[in-house]
Design a protein around this ligand. Structure first.
Ligand SMILES: NC(=O)C1=CN([C@@H]2O[C@H](COP(=O)(O)OP(=O)(O)OC[C@H]3O[C@@H](n4cnc5c(N)ncnc54)[C@H](OP(=O)(O)O)[C@@H]3O)[C@@H](O)[C@H]2O)[C@@H](O)CC1
Ligand SMILES: [K+]
Length: 509
């Protein structure tokens, strides 16, 4: 699914009208109907009580006025408060004229802010994607007044005061919604942690916008949902054997951190890899062989950390990092690996696929000269702090996205920035936000599991680097979601995610 800018969203609006021979007010009516259908599926008129609709001067306010009329027709009690303005959009004016007299309406002023009882249901239709500057004056006062009221706020399209695709000054007035009901496509702002307090839960309603325009429009931003990865996992052919699905090598573990190696290995095995060999420090042999009998095991000469790079012949992908530690000898192994993997393999003529995580990323951050050795299409899986060590502190989430994109393009690699909406940056400069996963996955070992999944999928000959990583990130979140249905979010541990990779991947079969 594509994510469009605010300017492209306006063009989409126009293109839809032209394509479907609609007048703009008809599209507004569709948006209002979709919003009302959403609201009435969640709140009966008794639950809702008297609904206050705050309307601005543009089409977002026009949506609010159409919603007021439709809610009244459905038997809800509504009242409307209008933000004064010198100019109103034509569709606003149309819906103002068609607002039934039975809907009480008043104009807001500094002296007459709307009464909002705690717990009241309030619809925020002040500003949408036409926001052209941070809110100030009366508009900002109304938003602050609303946020202080402890009401149940539902935003139409986007919380008012929030820009759809760029940052606003830190002290801007923005509506804090409990839920945002948006139309057609998600907006970039919805996916960034810095906006979580404004967005609440959000959902996207289909209003039949032009699919052709969306298909023809280019954007760096994409959203990975179930439809995006449908059919992405190749069917296992009847006459396949374990060699068909690749042999992966995992370099992981150190004294006290063997669990990371065990989790990554378990995840790799559950993600369809043909064979897995793990190279681990001597201290981990019994632990590893006992907990992962399906994997083969090579032990390092050192007992506590990895100091040797095994021969790489015969492997289709190598993962390094989980529980590795940051010993100088392990750094030397990482350097040797980067150099060796860059040489084209006899089988594919391409560099050996690498997945780099955790301490291997921290070592890269401390020795940035190694970044120029990264083979093409290497996968890096940092969380924001690890990513900062590779680049620089980000001013905000938008700046972090710029850094992420630049890094992936400059180093020709795939970077998975882990978070609530994990973002995959490609060497072509695309950013793909993931829609699976839950806060229960913010737990130790969750990242090691992702490394194992990605390692298995990068060893799969039929998946392109991008397909493997996008699918792996999605499947990791999906496994976490399935795990949470059993253990709950608080009780979820990384091993639960491993145990649900199979059921998650089964959904593609
Ligand atoms: N796209 C779609 O597919 C569909 C979109 N639809 C709906 O349309 C909405 C977008 O409508 P919109 O473009 O009229 O923008 P919106 O935000 O309501 O108001 C702009 C007005 O506010 C003003 N203004 C701006 N910033 C301001 C500020 N800080 N303080 C004060 N004023 C400010 C601005 O004035 P100006 O910038 O010219 O000074 C202008 O007058 C969209 O979010 C969705 O709800 C659906 O109906 C149908 C399908
Ligand atoms: K709004």
């Amino acid at each position: 699914m594509k994510i469009l800018s605010a300017a492209q969203t306006r063009e989409l609006d126009q293109a839809t009208q032209t394509e479907q021979r609609l007048i703009s007010v008809e599209l507004m009516e569709r948006a209002a109907s979709a919003f009302v259908a959403w609201l009435s599926s969640r709140y009966s008129s008794a639950d809702a009580g008297e609904i206050l609709i705050l309307c601005g001067p543009g089409n977002n306010g026009g949506d609010g006025l159409a919603v007021a009329r439709q809610l009244l027709q459905r038997g809800y009690r509504v009242r409307v408060a209008l933000l004064p303005a010198t100019r109103h959009s034509p569709d606003w004016q149309h819906n103002r004229q068609h607002l039934p007299k039975a809907v009480p309406s008043s104009e807001i002023s500094t002296k007459k802010l709307p009464d909002i009882a705690a717990g009241a249901l309030v619809i925020d239709a002040l500003f949408g994607t036409g926001l052209s500057r941070p809110l100030a004056g009366l508009a900002a006062t109304v938003v602050t007044h609303l946020n202080q009221a402890r009401a149940r706020v539902i935003a139409i399209d986007i919380p008012s005061g929030l820009f759809a695709d760029q940052s606003q000054p830190a002290d801007s007035a923005v509506v804090c919604a409990q839920h945002t009901v948006s139309f057609g496509l998600p907006k970039l702002a919805f996916l960034l942690p810095q906006n979580a307090e404004y967005m609440g839960e959000w959902s996207i309603e289909d209003i039949g916008l032009s699919q052709k325009f969306v298909a023809d429009t280019t954007t760096p931003w994409h959203y990975t949902n179930a439809a995006a990865v449908a059919g992405a996992l190749p069917v296992r052919p009847k006459f396949s054997h374990k060699g068909t699905f690749g042999h992966a090598l995992l370099l992981a573990g150190s004294r006290g951190k063997m669990g990371a190696a065990v989790l990554a290995a378990g995840a790799c095995l559950r993600s369809g890899v043909g064979l897995l060999t793990a190279h681990i420090p001597g201290c981990g042999y019994d632990i590893f062989q006992t907990s992962q009998p399906e994997a083969m095991c090579l032990t390092d000469a050192k007992a506590d950390f990895i100091s040797e790079l095994p021969k790489l012949d015969g492997y289709q992908a190598v993962g390094i990092g989980p529980g590795l530690g940051q010993d100088a000898a392990s750094l030397a192994v990482l350097r040797q690996l980067l150099k060796a993997a860059a040489k084209p393999t006899a089988k594919t003529g391409k560099p050996l696929p690498l997945v780099i995580d955790a301490d291997a990323l921290n070592l890269l951050g401390q020795h940035r000269e190694l970044l120029k050795l990264l083979p093409e299409n290497t996968v890096l899986t940092p969380h924001p702090k690890e990513f900062e060590r590779l680049t620089e502190p980000a001013r905000d989430d938008y700046h972090r996205l710029d850094l992420l994109r630049d890094f992936a393009v400059q180093h020709h690699c795939l970077v998975v920035l882990k978070g609530a909406c994990t973002c995959l940056a490609t060497p072509e400069g695309e950013l793909h936000f993931n829609n699976t996963g839950n806060p229960g996955m913010a737990t130790g070992g969750s990242g090691d599991v992702l490394t194992g999944i990605l390692l298995a999928l990068r060893a799969h000959a039929q998946l392109s680097p991008f397909e493997a990583v996008r699918l792996g990130v999605y499947a990791h979140g999906r496994a976490g979601d399935l795990a949470a249905t059993h253990s709950g979010q608080a009780g979820l541990v990384a091993g639960d995610i491993v145990r649900h990779i199979g059921p998650a991947l089964k959904e593609w079969e």
